[in-house]
Design a protein around this ligand. Structure first.
Ligand code: CMP
Length: 142
């Protein structure tokens, strides 16, 4: 299987509850290496731009309020089949519907405050990575 990169966010609800270490450990112990990482307190413009695909959805304003409510950790994960693998580790968007022992099942508070984001496809991963990182920010130890 190919080595891929995916974009991940540890969202404000998880940062606020001191879950950074526990969530990063899920990635690292499951073959996803962190190759770029930055703490950001998203501006309205950054959150609205990042989630632009959802701008017509009824939850868009509330989502952007939440994503700008405190710091997040943005990162790039690298590993075999990283995009699908990360989505499996995260579990379903709604923590109540996520499989047992996934990040969202274990830590998510609600459908909106679901602790993590992960890219859903290679094209999205490329766009999302470029939204927060320059090529010079990425350092693979491989
Ligand atoms: P994420 O995977 O980051 O993608 C969009 C985000 O919108 C989602 O996680 C949730 O945080 C939030 N959200 C809020 N309501 C909904 C909903 N009804 N369906 C999907 N996502 C929602």
């Amino acid at each position: 299987m190919a080595i891929e990169r995916t974009f991940s966010i540890i969202k404000p609800d998880a940062v606020k509850r001191d879950l950074i270490g526990k969530i990063c450990s899920r990635f690292e112990t499951n073959g996803l290496r962190i190759v770029a990482m930055r703490m950001v307190h998203m501006s309205r413009r950054e959150a609205e731009g990042f989630y632009a695909v959802h701008r017509e959805r009824p939850f868009f304003k509330s989502l952007c309020d939440y994503m700008t409510s405190g710091p997040s950790l943005v990162m790039i994960l690298e590993g075999e089949d990283a995009i699908a693998h990360n989505r499996k580790l995260m579990g379903a968007t709604d923590p109540a519907k996520a499989d047992k022992e996934t990040i969202r099942a274990d830590f998510g508070e609600s459908l909106e405050r679901n602790s993590v984001h992960g890219s859903d496809a290679p094209a999205t991963a490329a766009t999302e990575i470029a939204w927060f990182f320059a090529a010079s920010d990425i350092h693979s130890a491989r």
